[in-house]
Write a protein that binds this ligand. Structure first.
Ligand code: AMP
Ligand code: FE
Ligand code: FE
Ligand code: ZN
Length: 284
């Protein structure tokens, strides 16, 4: 069966497979249409697309921007932007700098807790340019201070936990506009993960972002309940937005998310999503 997966991560951010390995895995399990959506970087896109052309997987260029929302984060997915767009790359560079400022502060917090982590250890774990909390979590597991990545977040790294350090971000408006102006399709990622998710808030958020170029909502997502999936599909229809879906595959950093398994029961993205995304790509 052919499958679609529009939300995946590689070693370029906090996934555990290289961009090439990710596309090869997709091919093996029957995913023939996918997007690489690393956090705050497009560095893996050329390698993923080259491998995709070689083995027959259509790889859409993508990115997942972390933006500021209600003291938490709103992730904005961007599909098919020009990855060489100057403004987009300047923004990604800025976000990388924010991370570079944050990482030593997380190290310091952990050291204060008596955990002697070094930045070099975490950088080695990350492999790519983007260093994130999942890499800290993996190092903590290796050091034996947490039993799993999930426990490392619960004990140390999650919001409100002792080693949590906020990173500066761009605004959702800025993120949406940037992707749109780079010729991409901006989509609200996994709205079910937003810190405040009442219907009124979500409607307000969508209305706020449409003037800046918002075009879609990621309704199909393994961590959404069926109730939420249906609610987000309905909201998209009300606003005339595209519906997308993806697994948020990270490899070992998030072992419960399996490539190509996107619905709450592990099912695939409905087939129509592929045609509508292709249609929108031709329109913008
Ligand atoms: P960062 O961008 O460095 O703040 O890290 C955010 C990433 O950490 C998210 O995109 C997830 O991949 C991961 N993450 C956040 N919270 C958790 C959690 N409770 N358990 C596992 N992974 C998490
Ligand atoms: Fe992640
Ligand atoms: Fe995300
Ligand atoms: Zn993601």
């Amino acid at each position: 069966m052919r499958r679609i997966d529009l939300h995946t991560h590689s070693l370029a951010s906090d996934g555990s497979l290289s961009a090439e390995e990710l596309v090869m895995l997709a091919h093996r399990i029957g995913v023939d249409f996918m997007a690489l959506t690393d956090h705050d970087t497009v560095a893996g896109v050329p390698a993923a697309q080259a491998m995709g052309r070689k083995i027959g997987v259509k790889v859409i260029a993508g990115v997942e921007l972390s933006t500021e929302y209600n003291q938490g984060e709103l992730h904005v997915l961007g599909y098919n932007p020009d990855i060489n767009n100057l403004a987009l790359n300047e923004c990604l560079e800025k976000l990388l700098n924010y991370r570079h400022q944050r990482n030593p502060l997380i190290i310091e917090r952990l050291r204060q807790l008596g955990i002697p982590v070094t930045l070099a250890q975490v950088a080695r774990e990350a492999g790519g340019k983007v260093i994130g909390r999942p890499h800290f979590a993996r190092v903590l597991v290796k050091m034996g201070v947490a039993a799993s990545v999930a426990e490392a977040f619960e004990k140390f790294l999650a919001v409100g936990r002792p080693a949590y350090v906020k990173k500066d971000k761009v605004s959702p408006e800025e993120g949406v506009k940037l992707i749109r102006e780079a010729g991409g399709i901006p989509v609200i990622a996994h709205p079910g993960h937003l810190p405040v998710i009442g219907s009124a808030e979500l409607t307000a958020l969508i209305s706020r972002l449409i003037p800046f170029g918002l075009l879609g909502i990621e309704a199909y997502y393994p961590e959404h309940s069926w109730t939420n999936v249906r609610r987000f599909v309905r909201l998209a229809a009300e606003f005339g937005l595209l519906v997308t879906g993806g697994s948020d595959f990270h490899g070992i950093s998030k072992p419960q998310n399996r490539l190509g398994q996107v619905l709450p029961d592990g099912g695939p993205v409905p087939e129509g999503v592929r045609a509508s995304l292709e249609e929108w790509i031709n329109l913008v």
